[in-house]
Design a protein around this ligand. Structure first.
Ligand code: GTP
Length: 597
């Protein structure tokens, strides 16, 4: 295709502002898909994505558009994930295109993820076209939101397109703006092949599918390509584009976006951001800025039923083949037996993987407290990356501990500001900035990541009745007074409940934790002490009193079937329990105990 007739773009938006609906409309309007084949939210392919309405993996579609100027254009849309966990994928896929549609819900206004994502677009030097969506809603206020875009983001919004992705209004104008306002790509057909690996995933029929953007040169079927990151060479057996169904073609030239397959065995061998070139006469320099996505949140995954350990291994290995940013290694816990210590890009990533294991592989899991990576500086000058509080070395050898910090941006209506400030303060936050955009406050906090990974987002949603939006980026490591807190149930330490806490908060956290556990652990025939301890010193204690009677005792009169039912019910309940010494702890207790009210 002629470079001048190509437009490559992405859509940036806050969750729920209508990115997927708009993309579907653009596809529908251009007749790329027959209306009757149109499934709602065409671009979100995974079930979980559809259920939760979140876009996780980047997707792409090629749209053929006959513009008002009478010319035929090729529009390539790369759909980027909207969630902070996938920020690295967002920033890479942005570098594969020249422009963005900035979609803002005109009944809501700019939100934290609007900001985070538009900054990625600005960094990637994009031309940005503002789109005000949901103008069919009575609460829509385009003037106010356009002004807000100018004030908060600092881009001109006078020409913002007014759209209803629901009714189709403004869709034609959007297509014309893509053609007229976004720049055509640049590239040299005669230069050595240089292509960016934008995304990759595993397909049961075709193996690993690699999404590429060609910068220079031409990629053809039968070529031998080299991944510049590890030097591996693969013969290309298919080249195609998504329309959105896979359509095979013979070559991709400069400026084009499409996919290739090359009998690559594992997604792990295809790193997002890598440069692809030819084995012979390849390009000299890779594209700048490659860094593999690193897991930042770790937790243990254990089967509720020990007999399912091998099944769990199997499921984790299969999921990891398709997700290079997910790491795992075997872990043994005195309390939970065999399981895996897994690393994720963030909490949503953790939840998605855990859900898939439970759902697709039917394995019930115990998830231990999520932890971040601490830098433990030893007296001998070495540094240990601590992924699991259970591995905390003896304190006599430790010089100091550093923890990861983030810069969090929160947008919230004025009336909830006080609650948000209090929440951030409670989580050891340091306020960096506080500004207003209309009736909304924008607060920026420096926070320890460990105070955020667990339930911060849930708490924020609940104190602001869902009106706050939140986004963050990692900023670095800082020393603080951190200690490991151990939980003892019936005098036995339960390693899976160990957490790292700030020394000043230890008593408070310990007390909250043992109180919660007291509610979550069912009574037994004997008294159970529940304690939180720091380095052998108990900082909080509760006692769960003994149960007085057998549950079946209330089935007087010898109603055998009722008694049997009750026992069966008890047995089913037991399946979700784990035995610790003489005590049974329900599966849910491991997660719920750590949630703070
Ligand atoms: P993520 O995929 O989660 O990032 O969300 P998204 O930005 O893709 O939003 P999505 O397209 O899923 O739309 C969110 C909700 O808004 C859905 O319920 C849509 O039906 C609705 N919606 C989208 N566009 C419009 C619109 O123009 N008008 C109205 N009234 N509703 C819309």
């Amino acid at each position: 295709t002629d470079l001048a007739k190509i437009r490559n773009f992405s859509i940036v938006a806050h969750i729920d502002h209508g990115k997927s609906t708009l993309a579907d409309r653009l596809i529908q309007e251009t007749g790329t898909v027959e209306t009757r084949e149109m499934k709602e939210q065409l671009l979100d392919s995974m079930d979980i994505e559809r259920e939760r309405g979140i876009t996780i993996k980047a997707n792409t579609v090629r749209i053929d558009y006959l513009a008002d100027d009478g010319e035929q254009y090729v529009l390539n849309l790369i759909d980027t994930p909207g969630h902070v966990d996938f920020a690295y994928e967002v920033s890479r896929s942005m570098r594969a295109v020249e422009g963005s549609l900035l979609v803002v819900d005109s009944s809501q206004g700019v939100e934290a993820q609007t900001l985070a994502n538009v900054y990625h677009a600005i960094e990637a030097n994009h031309e940005i076209v503002p789109v005000l969506n949901k103008i069919d809603l009575p609460a829509s206020d385009c003037d106010r939101v356009a002004e807000q875009i100018e004030d908060v983001i600092g881009i001109d919004a006078t020409g913002a397109i007014q759209v209803s992705a629901k009714t189709g209004q403004g869709i034609h104008e959007t297509l014309e703006a893509i053609v007229k306002e976004l720049p055509a790509p640049e590239g040299n057909r005669d230069a050595p092949l240089k292509a960016m690996l934008v995304d990759s995933w595993y397909d049961a029929y075709l193996g690993v599918i690699v999404l590429v953007r060609v910068i220079d040169g031409v990629l053809r079927k039968g070529d031998r390509i080299k991944m510049m990151q590890n030097g591996s060479v693969h013969p290309v057996d298919r080249i195609g584009v998504f329309k959105p169904e896979m359509t095979m073609i013979d070559e991709l030239g400069p400026g084009e976006i499409g996919f290739l397959t090359a009998s690559i065995k594992q997604v792990r061998d295809t790193r997002v951001g890598d440069t692809i070139t030819h084995e012979k006469k390849g390009c000299a320099e890779p594209l700048p800025g490659f860094k593999p996505a690193q897991p930042v949140v770790f937790c243990g995954l254990f089967p509720v039923d020990n007999a399912e350990f091998e099944d769990l291994r199997d499921s984790i290995e299969k999921l990891a083949l398709n997700d290079a940013s997910f790491s795992y290694e075997m872990e043994t816990s005195a309390a939970l037996g065999f399981g895996f210590r897994c690393g994720f890009l963030g909490l949503l990533h953790l939840e998605v993987i855990r859900d898939r294991i439970e759902r697709e592989y039917n394995i019930e899991l115990i998830t231990t407290a999520p932890s971040v990576i601490y830098h433990v500086h030893m007296r001998d000058g070495t540094m240990l990356e601590l992924h699991n509080p259970a591995d905390m070395p003896d304190l006599t050898h430790v010089d100091h501990i550093e923890e990861p910090r983030i810069k969090a941006t929160i947008l919230v209506p004025d009336e909830y500001l006080g609650d948000v400030l209090k929440l951030c303060q409670d989580r050891r936050g340091i306020q960096l900035d506080l500004t207003y955009a209309g009736s909304r406050a924008m607060v920026v906090y420096d926070l320890p990541l460990n105070e955020v990974v667990f339930d911060f987002y849930d708490r924020l949603k609940s104190v602001t009745k869902g009106y706050a939006s939140f986004d963050y980026q990692l900023t670095g490591y800082r020393e603080d007074f951190l200690v490991k807190m151990t939980v003892l149930v019936n005098e036995d330490p339960v390693d899976a409940l160990s957490t790292m806490v700030h020394r000043d908060r230890a008593e408070q956290r310990g007390r909250a934790l043992v109180e919660k556990l007291k509610e979550l652990i069912p009574r037994h025939m004997f008294k159970i002490p529940i304690q939180a301890a720091i380095g052998g010193r108990v900082v909080a204690r509760e006692t769960l009193s003994a149960m007085r009677k057998d549950v079946t005792a209330k089935c007087y009169g010898g109603d055998v079937s009722r008694k049997k039912k009750l026992l069966e019910k008890q047995k089913a309940g037991k399946k979700k329990m784990r035995q610790f010494g003489k005590v049974e702890i329900p599966q849910q207790a491991f997660i719920n105990a750590l949630k703070m009210d």
